[in-house]
Design a protein around this ligand. Structure first.
Ligand SMILES: [Zn+2]
Length: 102
């Protein structure tokens, strides 16, 4: 029973040492290749790109709205003063209610 306990204890110690060595090497690797600095830079870049993308989206929507308004303006038809329904320009009577148009 004592032997099994010794082996288990040794295994636990070995495991802890392995984890510590792993963490130390990890820190050294991160420092040597500036991995933390790179990650920070990438996060900053991503945040800035997302801001730019949002602004571009807004501008694009505004441009789309302006283009749609420009398209609508010439196509806008006159409406009947009596019933309010759209009537083709140049007609003398409303085709919906028969109102005489000047
Ligand atoms: Zn009408």
């Amino acid at each position: 029973m004592g032997d099994v306990g010794n082996i288990l204890g040794s295994l636990v110690v070995a495991l802890i040492i392995a984890i510590i060595i792993f963490l130390i090497f990890r820190e050294i690797f991160c420092w040597y290749w500036k991995i933390n600095v790179r990650v920070k830079l990438m996060e900053d870049t991503l945040a800035k790109l997302q801001t730019i993308a949002k602004k571009l989206d807004k501008i694009s929507k505004k441009l789309d709205g302006a283009a749609a308004a420009e398209e609508e303006t010439p196509a806008a038809e006159a409406s009947c003063p009596s019933c309010g329904k759209p009537i083709p320009s140049g007609s003398t009577f409303c085709e919906h209610c028969g109102e005489k148009l000047s």
